[in-house]
Design a protein around this ligand. Structure first.
Ligand SMILES: Cc1cc2nc3c(=O)[nH]c(=O)nc-3n(C[C@H](O)[C@H](O)[C@H](O)COP(=O)(O)O)c2cc1C
Length: 224
């Protein structure tokens, strides 16, 4: 294979002193630690351009073989949001009413969730993250994507941080099973719903569970 068949471009970036790195990484951590999943939304509008920037930030995530196996459905249409809410609540009623194990319900108790998903109607934007296990080529044949869930999970994480950066809030919601979403949105056969993410401002009386996050010793295994 000729060496130059696939072009490479020069790459470098600004680096920092150890002190600067410590300061930057610590302040970034403290800022990231302020992010919370919010379930009480305001209906205050958020410009579409902000949402596009947030979604394009999600799309900068690394992905297996650079396939970027995601589609972000950006929904503001009130009747579509209402339809999604109704369908999500139908599934969630079944889940909370017996489909989830006692252990699962016990683990959810501190979060205070139930089958009601009012936020789908109220938040100005609903993002549906779709994953694409394969692409359909022009001749109709399928071409595989790689590490699809890992890639789409990373894109969703980047997206959530972009929401936080914009001074907005989001919820990572999984109204399970989520097949109803692909149907309601008439998505192509190579897409599967991955997450439903309402985005907007918190309501004036928003509250979040008083959770603590794991400590350094709990999440890092050192091999010095
Ligand atoms: C994959 C995934 C699925 C989740 N599904 C739901 C959900 O269906 N409903 C909900 O209210 N929260 C859901 N959450 C949010 C978690 O409850 C939340 O992230 C966790 O309680 C920690 O709170 P924090 O995001 O404020 O740090 C989900 C989070 C993840 C990562």
């Amino acid at each position: 294979m000729p060496e130059k068949e696939y072009p490479f471009i020069d790459f470098s970036r600004e680096s920092y002193s150890a002190e600067e790195m410590i300061e930057k990484s610590n302040s970034f951590f403290e800022w990231a630690d302020e992010r919370r999943s919010v379930r009480d939304f305001s209906d205050k509008p958020v410009p579409k351009e902000v949402m596009e920037n947030i979604l394009m930030t999600g799309s900068t995530a690394p992905s297996g073989a650079h396939k970027q196996p995601w589609t972000f459905c950006l929904i503001s249409n009130a009747s579509l949001k209402s339809k999604l809410r109704t369908l999500a609540e139908e599934e969630e009623k079944k889940s909370y009413g017996g489909r989830m194990s006692d252990e699962w319900l016990e683990d959810l108790a501190p979060i205070g969730t139930d089958w009601e998903k009012e936020f789908i109607d109220i938040a100005p934007w609903i993002v549906i993250v779709m994953k694409r296990p394969y692409e359909i080529q022009e001749d109709g044949s399928k071409r595989q994507n790689y590490y699809v869930s890992e890639s789409v999970g990373l894109a969703s994480g980047f997206l959530l941080m972009a929401v936080h950066n914009a001074g907005l809030v989001a919820l990572t919601h999984t109204p399970s099973p989520m097949n109803f979403i692909a149907k309601a949105l008439e998505r192509p056969e190579n897409e599967r719903p991955f997450l439903l993410i309402p985005v907007g401002y918190p309501s004036d009386d928003a509250r979040v569970p008083d959770l603590t996050r794991k400590t350094t010793d709990e999440v890092i295994a050192y091999y010095d």
